[in-house]
Ligand binder design. Structure first.
Ligand code: CP3
Length: 350
């Protein structure tokens, strides 16, 4: 039987849904950004939020990695905190998000504005519509994304990035009703935001719950899993499969496979073979090369890509990616070696 060859959209969607493909598709978290000189040129003289709101430039920056590093999907350029501004929260990037008034009380949660992201951040959907048109001819898939409620709340409560995010853990214990109300508000926002992205042309959506890995299994089961389940249940996953990413999630994989997400995105500390066995038919895998490994010589990168693909073979599907985002000093040759290695998997026996 001749091997089927899939266009990039079909390959990604099929891999997410666990349908047979010729080889895994490849893209990178944070594939647009400071490691690309052409990004730094566009960014010159603009603040990060100005770039996110400038439709022409955001479209340009989203497309930059496609030709330069051979990625096989486009994620629109933005940040997980962009939709949060619609709630009336003032956010600055220095370069990570900084919240003018950290949320600590129920009164503050109750004062958050009701918002329809289509009206509060209309530029996001214009960017997606434009990208979808640009990508149609080559059938390159478009990925939408949102931050998950716990990770958004971790910054909103702490006020800025932190190693431990102890303020949200304190809130879990001392003022659980405030955190419950805040997460409920953010869950509505995330569902509305991702649904609007799907309407605007996103073919896959990724939920970033980067900091949920700071929780142990019991707190994850109580505070995060029900939120992931609610989001997975409310999204139209027949139109756009859902990828769930948690950084440092080796101890949380069993419940994550029960979240309803179509794909679980693994960080580089996870044993892929063990994750593949645990997943069964419940979800496909994404990941998981250490972003720092892109500093290795091309042949070493290719060997790691082959090892990830082999370890993931028992899973129903694999999307090749990093275990976290590209670093600002990532070498372009390393990214190119990574995507080339993914394409070379097509010529190997299964
Ligand atoms: O993947 C992509 O290419 C799409 C764009 C994207 C950005 N941020 C652009 C960005 C995505 C998907 C994100 C997600 C994001 N943002 C997360 C979740 C995933 C993760 O990386 O953990 C989080 C926690 C944030 C919050 C955030 N935004 C931080 C901590 C920072 C500063 C530190 C850093 O890594 O740069 C930002 C700023 C930011 N977001 C930049 C970019 C390209 C840097 C802006 C610049 O050019 O100065």
């Amino acid at each position: 039987m001749p091997a089927a060859v899939f266009d990039p959209t079909a390959r990604l969607l099929r891999a997410c849904r666990g349908e047979p493909v010729d080889r895994p598709p490849v893209w990178l978290m944070r594939q647009a950004g400071r490691y690309l000189p052409e990004y730094r040129r566009v960014r010159e003289g603009l603040s990060f939020l100005e770039l996110c709101r400038d439709v022409d430039r955001a479209v340009e920056v989203s497309l930059q990695p496609l030709r330069r590093v051979g990625t096989e999907a486009v994620i629109f350029f933005s940040d997980i905190f962009v939709p949060v501004t619609g709630l009336g929260i003032e956010i600055d990037f220095q370069p990570g998000p900084v919240v003018a008034e950290p949320i600590r009380s129920l009164a503050q949660v109750e004062r958050l504005r009701a918002c329809d992201p289509r009206e509060s951040v209309p530029f996001v959907f214009e960017i997606l519509r434009r990208l979808r048109r640009e990508l149609a001819e080559e059938r390159v898939p478009l990925i939408g994304f949102a931050g998950a409620p716990f990770t958004l709340a971790a910054y909103l409560v702490e006020g800025r990035g932190s190693k431990e995010f102890s303020a949200i853990k304190r809130m879990m214990l001392r003022a659980p009703e405030v955190l419950r109300a805040l997460q409920a508000r953010l869950t509505t926002l995330v569902v509305d935001y991702l649904s609007a992205q799907i309407d605007a042309g996103a073919q896959v959506v990724q939920l970033f719950d980067t900091w949920a890995g700071l929780l142990g299994p019991e707190d994850y089961a109580e505070w995060v899993l029900p939120v992931h389940r609610e989001i997975a249940a409310k999204l139209d996953r027949a139109r756009a499969p859902l990828i769930l990413y948690v950084k440092g999630s080796a101890h949380l994989l069993a419940p994550m496979f029960d979240s309803g997400a179509d794909v679980i995105s693994l960080d580089w500390r996870v044993d892929v073979a063990a994750a593949a066995r645990l997943a069964g038919r419940r979800a496909s895998l994404q990941g998981n090369l250490d972003p720092a490994f892109l500093f290795a010589p091309p042949e070493a990168i290719a060997a790691r890509v082959r090892a990830i693909a082999a370890a993931a073979a028992p899973a129903r599907g694999l999307v090749l990616n990093l275990g976290h985002g590209c670093l600002p000093d990532t070498p372009i040759e390393g990214v190119r070696a990574f995507t080339d290695a993914a394409r070379a998997l097509a010529n190997r026996p299964a």
